[in-house]
Design a protein around this ligand. Structure first.
Ligand code: GMT
Length: 388
């Protein structure tokens, strides 16, 4: 993450913030970590309370601390109670470091653990404000499962403040959970324009093997079912029938084997590279031509935003919050879920019309900077922390 700009500074009183997120590969962990880094750069003190060092967090940065949550293993525990260990660690860190706010990302179980920690603090005469940022499947999928619904509703309603990363997710939250007595504020995800900058990497060696004249398709995800990674391969295989090109897939997850098999079945494996988990994706995006995100559902699509900021037109499903991120026809092209033919046809047409591709690339980079720049979004979180 080199080249991160130093913060403009924060006018108000610095805040001590505890951040809990899923630290492994995934959009909510990426957003939470980038937010923590940006907040620390603006003078706040940030304490990550997670089971592992967040994947986007460099080894050391001033005013950033990492508190590992350790869960005791015991033969009786078929399911070690991580939620409780997290609550205990939150309680301890709040007391020891005099935190002002616990900001949890992804409702389950983080908002529940924060509620428990706050109840424990109140017993001993202390208190803490709990802010929950909803990211996606915590509301649209997992949280609505009967085994989690009641606790998800309870935990989000007990949060002092709630944010969602898109208007779509806000609407889904209210529709699915009612959200009695609470308001859900929309604070979209953000990019650092200095990092996701196509021009910055143009003199760097090309990160992909093969013929540099060939267009490169890229997909980045955690390879879960909702991402429809097999569709990514199918779209590419269809494009390959008309256009010499390559496909690069970044990330890992449950559907990777299926996607690799699909590439072999469709006879395109020689043009498809599975790179696995890569922390710094900006140099890869800067060398790509089209980003594919044919998801089943997507509350925001952070990877699509990072692609747009890097001047990569996005071809994606018209679902969830994606239309709030990708301007259909201007910065990318949106299609019904599963419409592999239409997505492939649009990709071929766009790559054959280089003037249109260049206009879309420039429009994406400009729009990402105009609407989702770190300097505009992070103060919205600061305003929440400063609220009485
Ligand atoms: O909800 C998930 O599947 C996981 C979550 C994550 O941790 O990666 O992704 C969600 O949060 C991201 C960051 O806000 C959004 O960009 C993704 O669109 C969203 N995923 C889904 O809605 C499927």
């Amino acid at each position: 993450m080199g080249g991160r700009r130093l913060a403009r500074g924060y006018g108000g009183k610095p805040v001590k913030i505890g951040i809990t997120c899923y630290p492994t590969y995934g959009g909510s962990g990426a957003v939470a970590t980038e937010l923590g880094i940006a907040l620390a750069a603006r003078g706040h003190e940030v304490h990550f309370i997670t089971y592992q060092q967040p994947f986007r967090l460099p080894a050391f940065l001033p005013r950033i601390y990492f508190h590992e949550v350790e869960v005791m293993r015991y033969p009786l525990f078929e399911y070690p109670p991580y939620d409780l260990a997290l609550a205990v660690r939150m309680h301890e860190v709040v007391l020891r470091h005099h935190l002002d706010v616990l900001h949890v990302h992804y409702a389950i179980p983080h908002a529940t653990s924060a509620w428990i920690a706050r109840e424990m603090l109140r017993e001993s005469g202390s208190d803490i404000r709990v802010i929950t940022t909803l990211h996606g499947t915590d509301i649209t999928l997992v949280g609505q499962d009967p085994s989690f619904y009641a606790i998800t509703k309870f935990s989000i309603e007990r949060s002092d403040l709630l944010t969602a990363v898109s208007q779509y997710l806000r609407h889904e939250t209210i529709t699915a959970f009612g959200c009695t007595g609470c308001t859900v504020e929309v604070i979209p995800n953000f990019i650092d324009p200095a990092v996701y900058d196509r021009a910055r990497y143009q003199t760097a060696p090309r990160p992909f093997p093969g013929d540099p004249a060939r267009p490169v398709f890229i997909h980045i995800s955690n390879f879960r079912g909702v991402k429809r990674v097999k569709d990514v391969v199918r779209i590419f295989a269809r494009v390959r029938q008309e256009l010499a090109s390559s496909l690069v897939l970044v990330g890992d997850g449950p559907d990777r084997d299926d996607a690799e098999r699909e590439a072999r079945v469709l006879g395109v494996e020689q043009d498809v590279s599975f790179l696995g988990k890569i922390e710094a994706v900006a140099p890869l995006l800067a060398a790509a031509d089209i980003f594919l995100l044919p998801s089943e559902t997507e509350s925001f699509g952070l990877s699509a935003l990072e692609a747009l900021a890097s001047g990569v037109p996005v071809i994606a499903s018209r679902v969830g919050g994606l239309p709030e991120v990708v301007r259909d026809g201007e910065t990318g092209l949106l299609f019904p879920v599963g419409d592999v033919e239409a997505m492939a046809g649009a990709a071929v047409a766009l790559l054959r019309d280089r003037a249109r591709w260049a206009a879309m690339s420039a429009a994406g980079a400009a729009d990402a900077r105009a609407r989702f720049a770190l300097d505009a979004i992070v103060p919205q979180y600061e305003a929440l922390y400063a609220r009485p």
